[in-house]
Design a protein around this ligand. Structure first.
Ligand code: HAM
Length: 503
């Protein structure tokens, strides 16, 4: 018998609640990036291999060992992207985006990337990266703003007390001096070092600092530090960026061993690590930094070839959020479970369900003969909020029984005014002008509201599911709103169902 076909090693399926959580994370990020003026960009998953050789760096492990590279039928060397920065830079140059648009060009993205790594906790061969690139202007303010964006994303996802590690790789003169010092330091030990490090020594000695081999790590501990080789300008720039971060209230710590794994960085680099309550270490959840000269690798001649960006692994964030109970209420929920009392009323249930869906509520119908008790059990398993029950009497009288499954209260509702009855149970009533969602299009009509998460209002503050997680201190620990609520009085989120009017 043939073997079963299973998913490719290091890849994973995202099903139902997990998939909802991924969408939620990406939507929160999209909303936060929007707050900073970022526009979306989508570049192809495959690029010419050269794209990564020139930018991500021939000295990096990612390029040397982890790329999915193949010859296509036209004998072109193609690579599945191991990161998005290179493709975005290629696109900026190819489409001359800096010649036509304002600087800085601010782009955000999210999509699958591929790295042939050894699969382990938090490490996949296909995973999702979301990130930003801010290109065409060189300023410590932009560097700091990008880090603030990264940290705000984590905060809006509900993370508290997370620190960002920062370091500087200085300007080119600083790095050249540092690389030379590293070469001198490692030279006498080269013979005992791993083969990778022998290569790194030639290609980019900075990469030796990332070596995971225990013996080499011991040597790395005694290696010279970047901070002792910074030019005065590079040092001043670093401290300027740090002072802006402090001003912004961004919680950072300097880690002078942080060098990042990709070759294009200069000046500030940063990474965020967070742990789960059980101590599971999923690796860095975010990483990024400043870069100079990236566009020139693609033949781009621009006034200012500087940029800053970061990316995060959606899987790692998801795992940490799950472990820290930050995903409660994020999964898609069911508003209404239809309960026709006998099989004969399934057609009625079908028609009514279609009408109710038109009001913007999620509805499910059991299309097989099911006992009332089983229907309640099913509704319970599906976490439905309301049951709509009807039999012959109800149909003859043009009514249904509407049961609030949380409170167990049941009312008889006229079909003609069913929307009002459902609205009373399932919706919350707020003044439109007081709505403060970060994803809200304030100019637009109600119908144009593009919220990053499905709101559930009838449950009150405690279970409101918006794209921002509230501060525990504010007593709204379970409120997941897309707007940062400084004070209780600022809480004004609506229930927005497509096509359904808020009052
Ligand atoms: P990176 O540090 O190589 O940076 O990757 C960014 C994030 O992707 C990591 O912090 C981690 O969360 C996630 N990640 C990396 N490898 C894996 C893996 N095998 N499985 C799951 N998640 C992973 C970059 O890629 C840069 N392009 C970031 C950047 C943008 N720098 C400037 N602009």
């Amino acid at each position: 018998m043939a073997n079963n076909i299973i998913a490719v090693k290091g890849t994973h399926d995202m099903i139902a609640e997990e998939s909802s959580a991924y969408t939620y994370i990406q939507n929160v990020f999209r909303a936060v990036a929007g707050l900073y003026g970022y526009q979306p960009i989508e570049t192809p998953i495959m690029e010419h291999t050269e794209c990564f050789l020139r930018s991500t760096g021939e000295g990096s492990d990612v390029v040397r060992k982890e790329m999915y590279t193949f010859l296509d039928k036209g004998e072109r060397s193609i690579t599945l992207r191991p990161e998005l920065t290179a493709g975005v830079a290629r696109c900026i140059v190819e489409k001359k985006l800096l010649a036509t648009g304002d600087v800085p060009l601010k782009l955000f993205y999210s999509g699958p990337v591929f790295r042939y790594e050894r699969p382990q906790l938090g490490r996949y061969r296909q995973f999702i990266q979301a990130g930003v690139e801010c290109v065409g202007q060189d300023s410590p303010w932009l560097d700091a703003e990008t880090i603030a964006l990264a940290m705000r994303t984590l905060s809006y996802l509900g993370f508290r007390g997370v620190k960002v590690k920062v370091n500087t790789l200085g300007d080119k003169a600083s790095r050249d001096a540092y690389k030379e010092a590293l070469k001198q330091y490692f030279k006498p030990h080269l013979e005992e070092m791993c083969d990778d490090c022998k290569n790194r020594y030639e290609l980019n000695p900075l990469r030796i600092l990332d070596c995971k081999v225990k013996e080499d790590q011991k040597l790395v501990e005694g290696a010279p530090r970047m901070k002792d080789f910074l030019t005065k300008e590079a040092e001043e720039r670093f401290y300027k960026t740090l002072s802006i971060l402090s001003q912004e209230g961004v919680d950072y710590e300097i880690d002078d061993t942080l060098v990042r794994g990709l070759d294009y960085y200069g000046h500030i680099v940063f990474e965020v690590h967070a742990s789960s309550p059980t101590g599971a270490d999923y690796g860095a959840i975010m990483g990024g930094g400043h870069y100079d000269g990236l566009l020139a690798n693609f033949g781009g001649r621009v006034e200012c070839d500087s940029g800053v960006g970061f990316a995060f692994g959606v899987e790692r964030l998801y795992s940490l959020m799950r472990d820290n109970n930050l995903l409660e209420g994020v999964a898609e929920t069911l508003d209404i479970y239809m309960m026709p009392l006998t099989e004969d009323y399934i057609e009625h249930a079908f028609v009514l369900a279609e009408q109710i869906r038109g009001l913007g509520y999620t509805v499910e119908v059991p299309y097989a003969k099911t006992k009332l008790g089983s229907m309640f059990k099913k509704a319970n398993r599906k976490k439905a909020k309301v049951a709509i029950i009807f039999g012959e009497d109800e149909i003859n009288n043009g009514v249904v029984q509407v049961k609030n499954l949380a409170t167990e209260e049941q009312v008889e509702a006229n079909i003609e005014t069913l929307d009002e009855t459902l609205s009373m149970i399932l919706d919350e009533h707020e003044e439109e002008e007081e709505h403060h969602c970060c994803c809200h299009n304030h100019e637009g009509e109600e119908g144009e509201h593009h919220c990053c998460h499905h709101h559930d209002e009838e449950e009150g503050e405690g279970e409101h599911h918006c794209c921002h997680h509230h501060d525990e201190e504010e007593g709204e620990g379970e409120h997941h709103c897309c707007h940062h609520h400084e004070e209780e009085k600022d809480y004004h989120c609506h229930h927005h169902k497509d096509g359904k009017k808020d009052d």
